[in-house]
Ligand binder design. Structure first.
Ligand SMILES: [Zn+2]
Length: 256
């Protein structure tokens, strides 16, 4: 592939050896890529603070074709999203967003719509008074964009039209199940009719309205439903919710 240039967001990073860094980007042109930034952890690195989590920049990388790790040549900041890193709640919600993108996508599988959604979501998390809502709106659209939309209009077991009493979600079956089919569902859990309505509402509304619309009562349940779905898709629990619970506990004075 040689030398390539694309806009990209830093969605993951870890140290390599003494002074290098492995950085995972989600790029507009190539989807997810991983590369080595040589000497990035040295005090006077030419990358400076550009490789911080969530940073949007212009990435120039070289693909030698000999390794699944690219060589990161330049990453010039377009927008640092620094406000996200200054606030633990914003940081936590944005971490869940980039974790979803990182774990639900394969390398070099381009998806411009998901790239657009990622940027829109980080902008919302940075600027809104309700970062948790922005993450939920991201989650709803992310699973849809990747072809995992849950069926909410009928029971996936028997086809009976919703609404019905005691709705459950069957994540393996891909949608709602009725009380009669629920015992057959392998990965079912109860869901409130308000949460089902909330999910449908957030899907139907344009982005700006979805981020702003008030749904305070069902917000925690929607976050749990989406996280359960993502965890099911990646085959293990996501890492971020535990972190979010921990910071909320710390900031409520340890009362929780
Ligand atoms: Zn049924």
């Amino acid at each position: 592939m040689g030398l390539e240039k694309t806009q990209a967001v830093v969605i993951g990073r870890r140290g390599l050896g003494e002074s290098d860094r492995i950085v995972t980007f989600y790029t507009r042109r190539f989807g997810k890529v991983r590369g080595v930034a040589r000497a990035a952890r040295r005090p006077r690195s030419r990358f400076g603070s550009a490789l911080e989590l969530f940073t949007l920049g212009e990435l120039i990388f070289f693909d030698t074709g000999r390794s699944d790790l690219l060589r990161v040549d330049h990453f010039d900041i377009v927008h640092p999203f620094s406000r996200i890193r200054e606030d633990l709640e914003r940081f936590g919600q944005a971490s869940w967003i980039v974790e979803c993108v990182g774990r639900l996508t394969a390398e070099m599988d381009r998806h411009p719509a998901l790239y657009g959604l990622l940027l829109r979501s980080l902008r919302a998390v940075e600027s809104t008074a309700r970062p948790a809502r922005a993450a939920i709106c991201f989650g709803v659209r992310c699973v849809d964009a990747l072809g995992h939309r849950l069926r909410l209009d009928a029971c996936v077991g028997c086809g009976r039209a919703y609404p019905f009493a005691r709705p459950h979600l069957d994540l393996d079956g891909g949608g709602l199940v009725c009380g009669g089919c629920e015992p057959e569902a392998a990965a079912g859990f109860p869901v409130s009719p308000e949460a089902v309505a909330g999910l449908e509402r957030l899907r139907a509304l344009p982005w700006e309205e979805a981020v702003a619309t008030p749904l305070p009562r069902v917000e925690p349940e929607l976050a749990r439903v989406l996280d359960a779905q993502v965890s099911r898709l990646i085959g293990q629990p996501t890492r971020t919710p535990r972190f979010l619970r921990e910071i909320r506990r710390l900031y409520s004075g340890g009362r929780a």
